[in-house]
Write a protein that binds this ligand. Structure first.
Ligand code: PGA
Length: 257
């Protein structure tokens, strides 16, 4: 049993799944199972079409709601985009930034991640910035360089005084949706490296207080072994978060860590 310096954060990433009715079904089952866990903050990352429904469903509950992406500008002629002001108006509190699927399919770059991070902090949204290497990069021994670059560009020009809410998610791309989880050792090594990079870019104090989540095929049966490590402060869960029982089990199992 390890005592965590930082409060765990367990986030569900629903990706492009669920209608409002399905989201409500989820919250009806999930809230009685895991809505009042004190050991972890629970966040549901939902599509823009679900945000009002989910915010409403978790009202009076410690569960928080995140968008899966946002534009960095307040408004403008950017068809199809969602702005931080729109998220704030819906009482959304968190936002995922730079998920690997955004990087891979929608031209997200470290530079746009940096712009979005600055905007999220300026608007009082808790940013969950995703980083992680591809399989070919790991096999070529480039993991450390890739992570350092992603973190350092993401944090470029960030005022340390404003960066306290920052959350980072380490998601090795080869572990996302593949059933191939990073071993706790691989994850722990990456998390330590990311923490060192935060210390360099911001401050040692912020590096010590910033939560770094692990993501990539987290399931009820591996949540405890990942979350028990000192440098792993929670999980970002894709596939296994779609089912309320399975996600509640992950939240519960992280407590035994
Ligand atoms: P997974 O997805 O849990 O299905 O691997 C994680 C993520 O993409 O955030």
């Amino acid at each position: 049993m390890s005592t965590h310096a930082r409060k765990l954060l367990i986030a569900a990433n629903w990706k492009m799944y669920k209608t409002p009715v399905e989201a409500l079904d989820f919250t009806r089952t999930f809230i009685p199972l895991a809505g009042h866990h004190a050991h972890a903050e629970v966040v549901l990352c939902a599509s823009p079409t679900l945000l009002p429904t989910v915010v409403d469903a978790v009202r009076n509950n410690p569960i928080r709601v995140a968008a899966q992406d946002m534009h960095w500008l307040d408004q403008g002629a950017y068809t199809g985009e969602t702005s931080p002001l729109m998220l704030k108006a819906l009482e959304v509190t968190h936002v995922l930034i730079g998920h690997s699927e955004r990087r891979q399919y929608f031209n997200e770059t470290d530079t746009t991640v940096n712009l979005k991070l600055k905007s999220a902090l300026a608007h009082g949204l808790v940013p969950i910035v995703c980083v992680g290497e591809h399989l070919a990069q790991r096999e070529a021994g480039q993991t450390a360089d890739v992570l350092k670059l992603q973190v350092s560009i993401a944090l470029e020009g960030i005022d340390p005084a404003a960066a306290q809410p920052l959350v980072i998610a380490y998601e090795p791309v080869w572990a996302i949706g593949t059933g191939r989880t990073a071993t706790p050792e691989i994850a722990d090594e990456a998390h330590q490296l990311i923490r060192a990079e935060i210390a360099k870019a911001l401050s040692p104090e912020l590096a010590a207080s910033t939560r770094i989540l692990y993501g990539g095929s987290v399931k009820p049966d591996n949540a405890a072994s990942l979350c028990c490590l000192d440098d792993i402060d929670g999980a970002l869960v894709g596939g296994a978060s779609l089912d309320p029982n399975s996600f509640a089990q992950i939240v519960a199992n992280s407590a035994t860590a």
